[in-house]
Design a protein around this ligand. Structure first.
Ligand SMILES: [Zn+2]
Length: 301
């Protein structure tokens, strides 16, 4: 059963018992927004009940940060007025395959749901950075953030100072690079610029606990970049990657070793194709950008 791991008057984060996967429910005077409803039927039901309690006459919007099956399983349980996702997610060429992954999860664990499993259909597909959607006083801005998957997307809710980030900047997962390490790096690079345009303090990742200050999410960004650069260095110099330091920091090696090895194989392949080369001087500054360092207080609101 999921637990509520974070709550303030506008934001409730439900965390699944599986993979510490987060569903975020945002409520303002203008809308209710549900992000990535998942995993288990009882968990999704608790989210649905909560949404029904608070929705009143407000529109309910559903948003998917990316198409990984663990993030879309509750799609049909939420009665949504509008569904948001990236254009890449809405045009995904392997929708059937993703749905099959969700179905085989349910079959493997004999899970029955009172709603069908379907691949989400977009009413609003984000095709470029900085696209906005405003209703009443509530403004959402969307950013395309490929790297983890080709179709990843983040949303910033302006007056709440909140970024919902999908599978980036987790405190329980190092970067899982299922699309491209180059795009992944660009996404991390872009975050301070997204901040400068939108200003947010809090960031909710797809798995793990929310980062509640600028310093907190900046630290996670540095951790992610450090991991990426260490992999690049190891692949291009042939000096083995120091895995023990990884398992010192992340607590689930018996599963995550596989994810790390996938990263290695993908990046080795990218390297052999000449998609990147390693030059320590080329790495982006791991220190927080100046604009963020000055403001970087913990409790601005
Ligand atoms: Zn995920």
């Amino acid at each position: 059963m999921n637990t509520i791991i974070y709550r303030d008057p506008n934001v409730t984060v439900f965390q699944s018992a599986l993979f510490q996967t987060n569903t975020t429910v945002v409520q303002t005077n203008d809308l209710v927004l549900v992000v990535d409803p998942g995993w288990l039927p009882q968990e999704v039901n608790a989210i649905r009940q909560y949404v029904d309690e608070i929705r009143g006459f407000k529109p309910v919007f559903l948003l998917f940060t990316h198409s990984d099956y663990d993030h879309i399983m509750g799609y049909k349980a939420i009665d949504a007025d509008r569904v948001f996702m990236s254009e890449a997610m809405s045009l995904h060429p392997e929708k059937t395959k993703i749905l099959e992954q969700a179905q085989s999860f349910d079959h493997q664990f004999y899970i029955e749901r009172p709603y069908p499993l379907e691949y989400p259909q977009a009413d609003f597909a984000v095709y470029r950075d900085g696209v906005q959607f405003r209703t009443g006083q509530t403004k959402m801005t969307f950013y395309l953030t490929p790297g983890h998957t080709v179709d990843s997307m983040m949303v910033v809710i302006w007056h709440l100072g909140l970024c919902i980030a999908g599978d980036y900047l987790s405190n329980v997962e190092f970067p899982f690079i299922n699309h491209s390490s180059i795009e992944y790096e660009k996404t991390l690079e872009k975050l301070p610029r997204i901040h400068d345009k939108n200003w947010f303090t809090r960031l909710i990742p797809g798995h793990g606990t929310p980062a509640l200050s600028i310093n907190d999410w900046l630290r996670r960004r540095t951790d992610s970049l450090t991991y990426l650069y260490a992999l690049r260095e190891s692949i291009s110099t042939g000096v083995p990657f120091d895995e023990s330091s990884l398992w010192h920091r992340y607590r689930f090696p018996l599963y995550q070793r596989q994810c790390h090895n996938n990263n290695l194989a993908r990046m080795q392949n990218e390297y052999e194709q000449g998609l990147w080369s390693w030059d320590p001087a080329m790495q982006i500054d791991l220190d927080p950008p100046a604009t963020l360092r000055q403001g970087g207080g913990e409790d601005e609101q």
